[in-house]
Design a binder for this molecule. Structure first.
Ligand code: AVJ
Length: 321
C-alpha cells in the first residue's frame, strides 16, 4: 500500500532493503501467503544453493554439466561461429567454462547479473583462465529488455541461460523473458537454454526435499533473513519445509508450513498464521519437450536443436532468430 511505502521510505531503510521489506509485508498480507523467490538468494542462500547442486538427489546441475561436457563440440558446430556469449543470470561460472571452451570463434563474454559482486568474482576467475577473452560484465535485471554494449551490435551473439533458472518464472513470465531476450540479442542471434523436464515424482520431489535437509535450510534461511534484516520474530522451529508438485501449473513449489497457530511480527506489523498454514517461497516449473518448444516459438524464436540425457532428466535447447 501507499501508506506502507511512505512509512518504509521515511524509516531510513536502505533502498535494497525497502524492496525486500515491501515484498515481505505485501506477501504476508495475502490470503495465500507468498514471498517472491529471488529473496531466497542472499549470500547465505546462494551458498546453500551451491551446496544443493552437489546433493545426490539434485540431478539438474550434474546432468546439465554432463550434457555440455559430452555434446559441447556438437553444440558448437550447430551454433556456428558465435563471437559474443551473453549469459543471463551468470552466477557461478562452472558451466560457462565448458561452453567457452567449445566455442572456437568466441571473442567476448558478457556475464549479466543483478548482483555486482557475483560478476566481479566471475570475471576474475575467467580472466585468469582465458587471458585472450574480452570479458564485459553487465549489471542488469535480465527479466527486462537490456541494452547490450554497442560494440556487440554487428557480431554473432549467443545467449546462454542455464540451470533451468527459467523454471523460477511462471509461463507468462517465461514467454515475456524469451521475447525480451530476443529483442536484446537481435536478428541472427542464437540462444542456448537449459530446461528441467517433467518426470516421475519419485525422482522430482527428493530433488527438492533432500535427506540431509540442505533444501530445508535453504528455504528456512528466508525467515532468518527476515528476522535479521527486517526485525522479524519468526521462530524457525515452528516452520517446516515442504516441496509439492502442482500439477495444474506443472511446477514444484516450496512452502514453509506453520506448525502451530502463531503470530509473527515484521517491522512492527503483525501477521497471524493458522496451524498448517503455508507460506509459498519458490516455484520451479518443469516442461515436456513439446511444451518448451511451443513456449519458445510463441515468444518469437525458432527451435533449432535439442540435447537430452539418456534418462530424460534435463534438456538443452538451441533457439534462433
Ligand atoms: C535455481 C531455480 C534452478 O528450481 O531447481 C533448488 C532452485 N530451489 N532447490 C531449481 C532450487 C530448491 C533451482 N533454480
Amino acid at each position: 500500500t501507499r501508506a506502507r511505502r511512505d512509512r518504509l521510505a521515511s524509516g531510513g531503510l536502505p533502498p535494497e532493503l525497502t524492496e525486500f521489506a515491501e515484498a515481505v509485508l505485501e506477501g504476508l498480507s495475502l490470503d495465500d501467503k507468498a514471498i517472491p523467490s529471488r529473496f531466497l538468494y542472499d549470500a547465505r542462500g546462494s551458498a546453500l544453493f551451491e551446496e544443493i547442486t552437489d546433493l545426490d538427489e539434485y540431478y539438474p546441475t550434474r546432468t546439465e554439466i554432463a550434457l555440455l561436457d559430452a555434446y559441447g563440440a556438437d553444440m558448437s558446430e550447430q551454433i556456428g561461429p558465435a563471437e559474443a556469449l551473453v549469459e543471463f543470470g551468470s552466477g557461478s561460472s562452472r558451466k560457462t567454462v565448458l561452453l567457452i571452451e567449445a566455442l572456437e570463434a568466441l571473442q567476448t563474454y558478457v556475464p549479466m547479473d543483478i548482483e555486482a559482486t557475483c560478476l566481479a568474482q566471475a570475471k576474475e576467475a575467467l580472466d585468469a583462465r582465458f587471458p585472450d577473452l574480452d570479458i564485459q560484465p553487465l549489471v542488469a535485471d535480465f527479466t527486462r529488455p537490456v541494452d547490450l554494449p554497442g560494440n556487440l551490435a554487428k557480431r554473432f551473439k549467443l545467449g546462454f541461460f542455464s540451470g533451468s533458472t527459467i523454471g523460477n518464472l511462471t509461463k507468462p513470465e517465461a514467454r515475456k523473458f524469451l521475447a525480451n531476450a530476443a529483442e536484446s540479442l537481435g536478428p541472427g542471434s542464437a540462444f542456448l537454454i537449459g530446461v528441467d523436464l517433467k518426470k516421475p515424482l519419485d525422482i522430482l520431489l527428493p530433488a527438492y526435499n533432500d535427506a540431509k535437509g540442505v533444501t530445508a535450510e535453504f528455504n528456512l534461511n528466508l525467515l532468518q533473513r527476515i528476522n535479521r534484516e527486517l526485525e522479524g520474530t519468526f521462530d524457525l522451529d515452528l516452520f517446516e519445509h515442504d516441496a509439492v508438485f502442482n500439477t495444474e501449473h506443472g511446477r514444484v513449489e516450496m512452502h514453509l508450513v506453520s506448525q502451530a497457530a502463531q503470530r509473527v511480527s515484521v517491522l512492527g506489523e503483525r501477521f497471524d498464521f493458522a496451524e498448517g498454514e503455508r507460506l509459498h517461497t519458490e516455484n520451479s516449473h518443469k516442461y515436456t519437450l513439446p511444451e518448451f518448444r511451443l513456449l519458445a516459438t510463441d515468444a518469437g524464436w525458432r527451435h533449432a536443436a535439442l540435447w537430452v540425457d539418456d534418462n530424460a532428466l534435463f534438456s538443452l535447447h538451441l533457439l534462433r532468430l
